[in-house]
Design a binder for this molecule. Structure first.
Ligand SMILES: Cc1cc2nc3c(=O)[nH]c(=O)nc-3n(C[C@H](O)[C@H](O)[C@H](O)COP(=O)(O)OP(=O)(O)OC[C@H]3O[C@@H](n4cnc5c(N)ncnc54)[C@H](O)[C@@H]3O)c2cc1C
Length: 374
């Protein structure tokens, strides 16, 4: 049992925690990352949109991240089998790279900056005195004393709970999500296609590398029980009703292993308290249809790194800077969460979905959205 002192303790070695650790390590801060799992997480995210790519480029990471990733610049949308829209991404488009690979690359870069990782170690207790986190007690008995504590510990964040920050979690109850990894077929290799149906189903098919594809299926909860729990041959019958240009993938879908994914939105009343702040899915969660969660998280990590370095160990200054520069991120996040809610609520209705669709937010994220009306 040992007590370690450090400049910054980060709870959670996902994208947000690892990227922040990298930025702080590069600026000479002593950073300890505590992760409950034996390795970085696998998650469900595959798309890194232009805003996130730009953040990585600013830190010299773009080349490394893109080396084995796939670039795409069009998504074609269908409703009840008919093409209704193409969303185009300029300047090289977006990157497809499975979450675990992305996080592993950033994690590996942390090693060169002296960041310390404690895997298989969760948080048993968070000692707070006078509104400041004084100490983290780890499950292995070790203790961590840090000038700044970051909760990058996902949607069920223990740091958020300890800080007592008010939260609103809303599960997307009308749409259950399932995902499978299957062999790549020609139509999926050709184009990303996202199908919606007026019966409340969706199917998204895209490649994740030269050999494999990811397939997301969303469906009403009452259909999920019938299709996935009582036997999946009926899955193909349902998909054939609205998935028109990807039939060469059908043979792969029936034998696939379909994992269920819980998706909720998360809104908070604050992102920090004293010397502790929340990052990534601990701070906000939106519907994955926006494809922007990682981009915003990378930008937030960049901002947090600047604030922590500018405060230079002064607790009062840190608190003030977090208020002034980090808390306003809640407005951008709220806009994204509202947008995800609108997409999830309208996709059954073709016209309502097209009216809700925001190319500015979808492609460029907050920067463009701030410049354009409505
Ligand atoms: C189905 C799905 C698809 C998505 N697709 C996309 C996409 O295509 N593009 C996109 O930009 N975004 C997408 N997102 C959002 C994206 O996944 C998140 O924005 C991103 O993963 C946030 O990273 P994070 O570091 O906060 O969280 P996480 O990756 O969740 O990391 C949290 C880490 O904290 C650890 N942890 C938790 N509790 C503790 C504890 N008490 N002690 C120690 N460690 C702890 C966990 O084990 C985990 O490793 C998707 C989300 C979902 C749910």
């Amino acid at each position: 049992m040992a007590t370690t002192s450090c400049d910054v303790a980060i709870v959670g070695a996902g994208l947000g925690g690892c990227f922040l650790a990298l930025l702080l390590g590069r600026r000479g801060r002593h950073v300890v990352v505590v992760e409950q799992a034996p390795s970085v997480p696998s998650g469900g995210a595959d798309f890194l949109k232009p805003p996130g790519l730009r953040v990585l480029a600013r830190h010299g990471m773009a080349h490394l991240i893109e080396r084995h990733g796939l670039r795409r610049d069009v998504i074609r949308y269908y409703h009840d089998g008919e093409p209704i829209k193409e969303c185009r991404f300029p300047d090289g488009g977006f990157l497809i790279r499975p979450y675990r690979e992305l996080v592993e690359l950033i994690y590996a870069s942390c090693a060169m900056e002296g960041v310390e990782f404690r895997f298989d170690a969760s948080i048993d207790d968070i000692v707070i005195e006078d509104g400041h986190v004084e100490e983290l007690a780890l499950s292995n008995g070790d203790r961590l004393r840090a000038g700044v504590v970051i909760g990058a510990d996902g949607t069920k964040s223990a740091v958020r709970e300890a800080l007592g920050i008010e939260q609103r979690t809303m599960p997307y109850e009308r749409l259950l999500m399932r995902v499978a990894t299957v062999p790549l077929s020609a139509s999926v290799a050709q184009l990303n296609r996202l199908y919606f149906s007026s019966e409340g189903w969706l199917a998204y098919l895209y490649p994740i590398n030269q050999d494999q594809a990811r397939v997301f299926v969303g469906l009403p909860p009452e259909d999920d029980k019938e299709i996935f729990q009582d036997g999946i041959p009926a899955l193909l019958d349902e998909l054939k009703k609205f998935v028109t240009d990807s039939s060469d993938a059908f043979d792969f879908l029936q034998p696939a292993t379909w994992q269920r994914i819980k998706v909720s939105s998360l809104r908070l009343s604050a992102y920090h308290k004293g010397n502790a702040a929340l990052l990534g899915s601990a701070a906000f969660a939106c519907h994955p249809m926006t494809g922007m969660g990682m981009s915003y998280t990378l930008h937030d990590a960049e901002l947090l790194a600047d604030v922590i370095c500018a405060a230079g160990g002064d607790h009062e200054l840190l608190d003030r800077l977090l208020y002034a520069r980090y808390e306003p991120r809640r407005h951008a996040h709220r806009q994204l969460i509202d947008y995800g809610d609108a997409l999830a609520a309208t996709f059954r209705d073709r016209d309502a979905y097209l009216a809700a669709f925001r190319p500015d937010l979808h492609v460029h994220g907050e920067a463009a959205a701030a410049l354009l009306p409505g």
